[in-house]
Design a protein around this ligand. Structure first.
Ligand code: SF4
Ligand code: SF4
Length: 198
């Protein structure tokens, strides 16, 4: 780099003066404190999860995987194992077999959700659009074995949503298992628009 170029990168005298004045009078500290104080007088927005509200992620969200199905209700997976090969965590296990129609299908299709890092590479690599990452994000477990999901479970997991990115009215159900279900046909609100951001 030439000397001229180095000189041109130096801050001007006016800018340096303004920095010195800022340091002398703690402008950054005053700015931080004024932001904190302003929050004391702004409206709080607390999402009422899980009792009354639930965040529905944007359609591009990468949550729990699902296996897509065809019109016969069978999986679209052709057990090529590309997803298992590309997975950086080695958390997909596929064992192929040939069904009665002569189609190659997965006899075993397991994903270890405890190891997955939700990179979406399996979805990108799949030549049959069979594996996708959906909107489901509530699946805590008490042990690692419970985070191992099989083919049938993957075929039943929620599909991608067309809309999202908002908070919707929801109901907490604890009858069979703990679930927070979005109430149909109730409008949501954009939480990001309601909070103050600087
Ligand atoms: S999202 Fe990434 S880490 Fe998870 S199963 Fe797919 S390829 Fe593996
Ligand atoms: S999900 Fe896709 S990439 Fe993975 S084994 Fe099935 S067809 Fe192949």
């Amino acid at each position: 780099m030439s000397e001229t170029a180095l000189k041109s990168n130096k801050p001007s005298l006016g800018k340096r003066m303004s920095q010195w004045i800022g340091w002398a009078f703690f402008w950054d500290l005053a700015g931080g404190l004024s932001l904190t104080l302003s929050y004391m007088f702004s409206k709080s927005v607390t999402e009422q999860y899980p009792d009354k509200e639930k965040w529905v992620p944007f359609p591009r969200y990468r949550g729990h995987h699902f296996l897509t199905t065809n019109e016969d209700g069978d999986t679209n997976c052709v057990a090529c194992e590309l997803c298992a090969k590309i997975c950086p965590c080695d958390c997909i296990e596929v064992v192929p077999y040939e069904d009665i129609k002569g189609n190659r299908r997965p006899k075993v299709f397991n994903i270890d959700m405890g190891r997955c890092l939700y990179c979406g590479l399996c979805e990108d690599a799949c030549p049959a659009d069979a594996i996708k990452l959906g909107p489901h994000y509530e699946y805590s477990a008490e042990n690692l074995e419970a985070l191992m999901v099989d083919r049938d479970t993957l075929m039943e997991m929620p599909r991608k949503t067309k809309t999202g990115g908002g908070v919707f009215e929801a109901e907490l159900s604890t009858t069979d298992s703990v679930q927070v279900k979005v109430v149909e046909n109730k409008p949501g609100y954009d939480w990001w628009q309601q909070i103050r951001r600087h």
